[in-house]
Design a protein around this ligand. Structure first.
Ligand code: PXP
Length: 245
């Protein structure tokens, strides 16, 4: 059964818009957890544009479900992860000018650094996932560096302009998932997923976790984050393949 981690970065975006102390992502995390979220995901960016160090530390103390820290492999951030010890880190590329994480991590290119980071995370008992495009060389590099999981980048599917293009992107996700499973990797998925486009992705067998942020926080403005979380969990469960339901 696939589960939902709610990415609460954009609760912090609203707070940082005024450099105020509300809304507090820690309060949001509690609501998501009460509504049945499997986990809370936050991205501690190097520019601290939304989540700040205090959030990660307080979430570590207060979140009882999974805490998944998205992060670049930059040394100061790696040190914070070692200190805070979230249950899982998801390694992402980071580019200062981007609106959100754009491409996947180039695990093949940065294999040596990736192997070092994985080793250091494992030493602290932290699971490691890499956020990657569904490409064989990225999947294989993640397996060869001893990662526990991969998160398949669903952004290309979400941005597909035609049904045909969306189907092609779904097939790429399926093929990537199969290759990852052959390499004993757990498979997550995320980016750009919404209440409208989650169905076909939730129907892919053997995906374990979805990381969804913007769409849930956007709906939360109108219905509350607990209700928005419940509505997304309902959809994920509704579209689960029968065999794994
Ligand atoms: N997964 C990863 C690795 C991400 O970087 C993000 C965006 O922070 C998400 C999932 C969530 O994407 P969205 O906000 O589009 O749901």
């Amino acid at each position: 059964m696939a589960v939902l981690n709610v990415n609460i970065d954009h609760v912090a975006t609203v707070r940082q818009a005024r450099l105020a102390d509300e809304p507090d992502p820690v309060w949001a995390a509690a609501q998501c957890e009460l509504a049945g979220a499997n986990g809370i995901t936050v991205h501690l960016r190097q520019d601290r544009r939304h989540i700040i160090d205090r959030d990660v530390r307080v979430l570590k103390e207060t979140v009882a479900c999974k805490l998944n820290l998205e992060m670049a492999m930059a040394e100061p951030i790696v040190k914070i992860a070692e200190e805070v010890r979230p249950e899982q880190v998801t390694l992402v590329p980071e580019n200062r000018a981007e609106l959100t994480t754009e491409g996947g991590l180039d695990c093949a290119r940065y294999k040596r650094r990736l192997a070092q980071v994985v080793k250091r995370m494992h030493k602290k008992g932290i699971l490691v996932s890499t956020f990657i495009a569904p490409e064989p060389e990225q999947i294989i590099a993640s397996a060869q560096t001893d990662c526990d999981a991969i998160e398949l980048h669903t952004g290309m599917y979400a941005n597909a302009k035609t049904k045909r293009a969306a189907r092609r992107r779904l097939r790429e996700l399926e093929t990537g998932k199969d290759l990852a499973l052959e390499h004993k990797l757990v498979v997550h998925a995320g980016h750009g997923l919404t209440y409208r486009n989650i169905g076909p992705v939730a129907a892919i067998e053997d995906l374990c976790e979805f990381n969804i942020g913007h769409s849930i926080v956007a709906r939360a403005v109108l219905v509350g984050i607990g209700e928005a979380t419940r509505q997304m969990i309902e959809l994920i469960e509704k579209f689960q393949p029968a065999a794994s339901a």
